[in-house]
Structure formats: structure tokens, C-alpha cells
Design a protein around this ligand. Sequence first.
Ligand code: ZN
Length: 557
Amino acid sequence: MLTFPQLPYTRQTYEDAAPKIQEMVERFKNAKTAEEAKTVCLNMDALSSNFIADYIVCYIRNHLDTSDKFYEDEQAHYDEIMPRVMEEFHAWTNALLETPFRKELSAEYGEIGFINAEIAKRSFSPDIVADSQEENALMTRYTKLLASAKIEFRGEEYNLAQMGPFALDADRATRKEATEATAYWSIAHQAQFDEIYDKLVALRTKMGKTLGHDNFIPAGYDKQGRNCYGPDEVAAYRAAVLEHIVPLVVKLKEKQAARIQVEEIKPYDDNLLFLDGNAAPKGTPDEILEAGRKMYHELSPETAEYIDAALKLESFDVLAKPNKAPGGFCYTIDKYKIPFVYANFNGTSDDVETLTHEVGHAFAAWRAFNYPISAQREYTFETAEVHSMAMEFLTWPWMELFYGNETDKFKQAHLENALSFLPYGCMVDEFQHIIYENPNMTPDERNKTWMELENKYRPWRKNEGVPFHADGRRWQLQSHIYQRPFYYIDYCLAQTNALAIWALSQNDWKDAWQKYFAFLEQAGTMTFVDLTAGAGLPSPFTPDALKLVAQAVENWL
Ligand code: ZN
């Protein structure tokens, strides 16, 4: 087996790829027997994984060493050709849906590939291409607006990210002043925030109608690739969060207020869990990495096998180095059966999070290599985030390796953050449903809607007197609302499964691990709903899962 640094690289071009894909499409259309159709499917999979392997190798190497001009130029090349190549792949999707051998192919590889192909097909029409380009331009404007932020604070100038630590300062006056400084900048640019969103809502509504819907919502669900639930199930989920989780978070916030010595939780208090800061891992980045290796060895034979292979294949590059680009991610190179974990360890709790969250993704990808066809290995977002978020909880018994005598403090923050995220995620989701059902709302009506949702989902948060927040404008800094409509609920659904696994692990860790493993081992061969049921986990679309979680949290605290 080749290690990551040994992997060969060849530039893939549109001129080379397009005729090959077209030939595959023709061969598939002309297949005379089911056996022939299957062979073409496998050939097509090999062709696309070959193309994508070079693309990902380039992407990772470009990140590993930003001073390497070669991969920088290669990356620019892919940025340019990828949209055209994707159009060729789209022709394959269409051919797949027209095959007379669907029954035979489904029997071999499962029906899910066809279900997902149908969603991909109805999400696209040549008639929305111009609107999509305009949508991209508006989203870029939003990104640039956020990136342009110059916030005056105590005589210095900061960007939005740099303001983060001040908003978590132990001194309340500092938190308040920092939050207000960000608010004043946002208010000064509110005309732009409103204009960009107005145009996005109008464009998306238009695209929804072009694709044959009454509004944007069904198109938004399709864009997320949702194949097993719709707005009704999501509404039932939000209702369950309101009933079982919001009252619990209210109680936790009362304790938090006492702990951080404030009488009521203002927006600038909400994220501060401890006056003396969050738990920090002990040891150097190398020691954290070594503790991670030990943890995965003890956790299960399968994770031991994964971590050994990952280190041997050098597909686990997590220590910070000169010229390495910032960030963390996990990308899978199917052709060489390598899930690549990328991070920049710096001795903070982010390192431990990479070891648990990103390794959850990588471990799932590693196990999915057991399936022959990419359609069986690919899963939707909420499923992928179960792999990572549940791994964060299943590694709790080893957290002392990282946090020592601060382990309980780490666990408390992890659990409280996971829980209080659910109401927030639901409000971001409900907001967007209301907006796209009523695309002609004025900016003031939108803000009023946000404020009503604040009071419904986060009643502990006292926004009065805090500029921007008190006007119901906080949503304008939540980038997903502009850039990834309807994405947010995926995190909530995944976190709900992860918390249910955590709740089970409190009684019987082994049972919880087995259910997690059963969920993960099916890779993308089933829908999220079927994976959840198949693993013996309660459905997040009934109150069962959240009831279980609320009960377990009460017991734990
Ligand atoms: Zn993730």
C-alpha cells in the first residue's frame, strides 16, 4: 500500500475526462444485459474515483505546504474546470435513471443510489444556471462584507474572529463592550445585510418556482440531498426540542448564571460557562497525538486497526508546521482507500476535538471502503455528523488522558454546549421556513420573526438594551442563513443521535458503542432514518430520543 506522500499525481483535464465520461454514458445506455450494465457502473466508479483522487491529492498537498507553487497552480486549474466536469457527471446521473436494468442494479447495490440520483436530477435545470451564478455572487458579497469588518474596540481595530475572545472575557464589562462594538459595526452595515438577503430570498424563490415548486423550501431540501424526511417531520422534531430540551436548558442557564455571577443571562453572558475559563488539555501537541493513539487502541479492535493504518499511511497530518494552511478537515481518497485527517495541533482543546470529531469522520470512511460502489459509501450530512459527534461522546472514558483533573469540567461544557445548541439550531431552521414561506416580508418583519423565535427557543436570554440583539438582527451574522439554507437542522438531528448514544453509554458503554458501530457500518446503503432504526436508536422525529436525552442529562448532573 502506498503512503500519502508516495501517492502519484497527474493533472486531470476537462479535455481528457469529458470524452471518457461521455463514452461511459453511451456504453451504459447501450448495455444489452444487466451484467453489462453492472460492469459499466463499476468502470464508471473507477473512472470518477481516479479523477477525484488527483483532485483531492492536489487539494491536500496544497494545504500541507502553501509555499509549493506547483500545487497552488494545480489547485487554480481545478477551480476553473470543476463546474464543467460536474456537468458531464450529471449526464451519467440522467442515464442511470433511464436504465431498464434498475431492478437488477438495485438488487445488487441497493435502491438508495437511484433515490439520490432522482433528487440530484430534480435539483438541476439549465433554466436555473444564471440564477445560481447570481446567487453565488451574492453569497460572495456576504462573505466579503463579513471579512471586511473593522471593529473599533478600546483604541484598536479588529476583525470579527479577533473579537471572539473578548466576548468570552471573564470581566463582564469587557464582554459587554466587545459585544456592543461588534453590534455597532453590524448596524452600520445593516442596509447591505438587508439588501443581500432580500435578493437571495427573491432569487431562491424564483429558482424554486422554476423547478416546479410553490416556493424555495422543497428545492432547499433537495439541495441538502434529503431522502427520508420533509418539513413535517422537521416541524415535529422542533416541537420535541421545545417540549423536552428548552426547559432543561433554562435550568442549566440558571446554574450557569450563578456560576459566572450574573443576575440574568445577557447575550454577552450566554457562551461563558466558567469564570476561570474552559478546561485545557495537558501536554504538548505530540503528547496529545500519542494519547489519541492509545485511546483508539483501547476503544475497539476496529479503531485500533484504523489508527495504526492511518499513521502508517501518513494520512494523519495533525501537527502544526511552517507553511501549513490553517484549518482542520477529513477528506477521503477512495481510489487509494485513504481517509485523510488534516489539522494544526496547537496544544488547545481544538486538538482533542480533532482527535474525536474528525477521526469519527475518518473511521466511518475507512469502514465504508468495504462497499464496492461509491453510491453505497456516500451518506447525507446528518449521517456524517453522527459519525463525528457521537465519537466525541463515546471517547468520554478516555478524556482523563487529555484533561487530567479538569476532565469533569470538560465533560460539563461539552454536554451543556451540545444541549443548548439544539434550541438555537431549531430557531435558525424555523426562521428560514417562515422566510421562504413568506418571501415578501420586509426586513423589519424578518427581524420581528427572529425576536419571536428568540423568546420561544431561548427564553433565558435577555436581549433588552443590547443594540443589534434587541432589534432581532442577530441572524445576520449566522452565515448559514445566507450561504447554506436549511443546512442547520442537520447538525441538530446528528447531535440528537449523538446525545442518544451518549445517554445509552451512561448505562452501558459497550451497548452504545455497538449501536454506533451498527449505524456506521452500513455506510450510505440506507437513509438516515433507516440507519437510525436499524441500529436500534430512537428516531429524532418522535419525542422518544429527546426524552431519553433529557432524562440522562438530569441524572448525570
Ligand atoms: Zn463534522
